[in-house]
Unconditional design. Structure first.
Length: 628
């Protein structure tokens, strides 16, 4: 039983719980693991490990990739200048069933997969103990299991609820690989602060942490706010739910997420008065400290140990009776981090500014001292009629007005558009300033080669199988970012690729020499922040804000050569020339004509960065976005 980072309460702030030393957080404290679970033994993978990383050795005569190859499995991209479709992996079929997970993924894809309130899955490990490749598919599977638990539980009250995860283009959970120190991983308080120091403290994020340690079974922050309105503290982050390797599963992760979302309030009819409940079977119920209340078997089906809220009277009900407890107190089913019905309400809000440290006064609770039942296999939506969910507004079919467009991820020369799928649509015409620039099948599209500092309008019209195009939906306006000129010393920048919108990323947030750079989904965290230092003669060094090390060629400057971090030095292999153009910059290896671009070598969710023969394609252009 590890109590490091916890102390006895010195005020009424934490009630019956412990204080997290040196913070305003509270914790239920560690619990003994279930009697048949040894936290010193790893939970085995439940899915085939990811493929091995590609060879880093440059191939002889390496050529730049085709744009379409870099967009496989992702959102299509339209070239605003040439009005050309650079890739479209979407299908021309009718949209997925309302609330149903995308085929094979177990998750609902909503919008661009990252904007608004989201649950971010994070793999946390220490130096020299990186098992990301071995467990990545299992983390995605366990995240999908969590979603099944929340949606199947909603179906019991006639509703639909899915977890609003940060998702990859293939509708699986985005899993970030994060390194912290051996000392920081040893207690919940220290690990949370280590993540916050890397930027994992966003108010629109709840962090589902699969931590590669054998300290706890699970523990999670809990706001304890009982107010029923949408200003409830459980509707905001940052929140942290940690599951250690002996208890890795969808069940334990769902339990910790339950605390992050606001279960179980002390005033609930069957509350344990310490963040749990006493009416089994229920994923949030067990006899906890300090009173170890008597448990009651109210829901006799043991299978409900993988479901939320026995009798749906304590914390989770999509259709509570007027005047009932959950109609007048906080109801997790109303949390903004869940998707209700056909992707409508509770809705995400604009991304707020991150807080510097995990602040506020959330409480943390431990994992139940019961045997986690096997995680369910992700399936489609339950057959129950979702009468309790908010009714979505019908979207017109072809011949009517097109869907409303959401604009996100704006840079100097690119933007991402998303909209709700329209029944029977065979495609969507994307209009920029009233002119059609392309037809796509996906409901998410990137638009590139826009002019910096320029205002635009966008709209979408629906195309049917016969090629007939309806009226466009309401126009949405946006303004690209102004060209900021050459990067300024001491300022952090995110380097955004001109084709994919991915950011130059230091793989796994590692501090190790030789860690490779890749193009990866934009997150805004420390491993995607860079400084540009004067290297003399017009050249710059590109320095990681995370590690303090600089990008260096992996070998001789030849086509296909990778880049990785090394201690900063006055070395030719660390010098780059920045050339403005196309609304961004090209980065040329000093003393060479080769430029930095995305390769077609897949690296655990991103593309390796490499030197390429210049060809003027967007994947060799980088926008520099100032960050805090």
């Amino acid at each position: 039983m590890v109590y490091a980072g916890l102390s006895l309460p010195t005020s009424d702030r934490c009630g019956n719980m412990l204080e997290v030393t040196g913070s305003t957080q509270c914790s239920h404290g560690p619990d003994a693991p279930p009697k048949d679970v040894d936290i010193h033994k790893d939970a085995p993978p439940v899915a085939t490990p990811a493929a091995q990383a590609p060879a880093l050795t440059p191939a002889a005569g390496a050529q730049p990739p085709a744009a379409a190859d870099l967009l496989k499995g992702g959102a299509p991209v339209l070239d605003a200048t040439q009005k050309a479709l650079l890739g479209d992996s979407g299908t021309a079929a009718a949209p997925q069933e309302a609330g149903a997970p995308a085929a094979g993924s177990g998750l609902v894809c909503e919008g661009d997969g990252s904007s608004g309130n989201r649950v971010q899955v994070v793999y946390v490990h220490t130096p020299g103990n990186d098992r990301f490749a071995q467990y990545l598919p299992s983390f995605k599977k366990w995240a999908a299991d969590v979603d099944v638990i929340y949606n199947a539980s909603a179906a019991e009250t006639g509703g639909v609820r899915h977890v609003r995860f940060v998702t990859e283009p293939d509708c699986t959970a985005s899993v970030l690989n994060v390194q912290i120190s051996d000392a920081e991983i040893q207690d919940f308080n220290a690990s949370n602060r280590a993540l916050a120091a890397q930027g994992f403290n966003r108010k629109d994020r709840k962090y589902m942490m699969f931590t590669d340690a054998k300290v706890y079974c699970g523990i999670g922050t809990f706001a304890g706010d009982e107010r029923s309105g949408q200003d409830n503290l459980s509707n905001f982050g940052p929140s942290y739910g940690r599951t250690d390797s002996g208890c890795w599963s969808g069940t334990t992760a769902a339990h910790e997420l339950g605390h992050n979302l606001g279960a179980v309030s002390n005033s609930a009819p069957n509350s344990s008065k310490a963040g749990h409940c006493t009416d089994e079977w229920d994923i949030m119920c067990y006899s906890d400290a300090p009173y170890y209340p008597q448990m009651r078997t109210v829901c006799p089906d043991r299978a409900h140990d993988d479901r939320l809220d026995c009798n749906h009277d304590d914390y989770y009900n999509t259709n509570p009776a007027p005047g009932s407890y959950l109609a007048t107190h906080w109801n997790v089913a109303n949390n903004r981090f869940l998707i209700a019905g056909n992707g409508t309400g509770p809705n995400p809000t604009p991304t707020p500014t991150a807080t510097p440290t995990p602040t506020g006064s959330p409480t943390a609770t431990g994992t139940p001292t019961r045997t986690p039942s096997p995680s369910p296999t992700p399936t489609g939506s339950p057959t129950a009629t979702p009468t309790g969910s908010p009714s979505p507004t019908a979207t017109p079919t072809t011949g009517g007005t097109g869907p409303e467009v959401t604009v996100s991820q704006i840079t100097q020369n690119s933007v991402v558009l998303s909209w709700t799928a329209v029944p029977a649509a065979a495609g969507y015409d994307v209009q920029l300033n009233g002119q059609t620039i392309g037809t796509v099948r996906s409901t998410v599209v990137g638009v590139v080669r826009l002019a910096p500092g320029t205002g635009y309008t966008v709209a979408v019209a629906v195309r049917d199988a016969a090629g007939k195009v309806g009226k466009p939906g309401r126009q949405a306006g946006f303004h690209t970012l102004a060209d900021g000129g050459r990067p300024q010393p001491g300022t952090h920048y995110t380097m955004v690729n001109g084709l994919t919108g991915q950011a130059a990323d230091l793989w796994g947030s590692s501090m190790n020499d030789g860690t490779v750079a890749i193009g990866y989904q934009r997150t805004g965290y420390a491993n995607q922040k860079w400084l540009f230092e004067d290297a003399g003669n017009g050249a710059v060094r590109i320095k990681s804000a995370r590690s303090g090390k600089c990008l260096q060629l992996g070998g001789t400057p030849v086509a296909g050569q990778y880049v990785a971090q090394q201690p900063c030095a006055d070395a030719a292999a660390q010098k780059w020339q920045l050339t403005p153009g196309d609304g961004g910059f090209t980065l040329t290896a000093d003393g060479s004509t080769l430029v930095l671009g995305l390769s077609d070598r897949w690296y655990y969710g991103g593309w390796l960065l490499e030197l390429q023969q210049p060809n003027g394609r967007p994947y060799q252009s980088w926008s520099l976005l100032k960050t805090s």
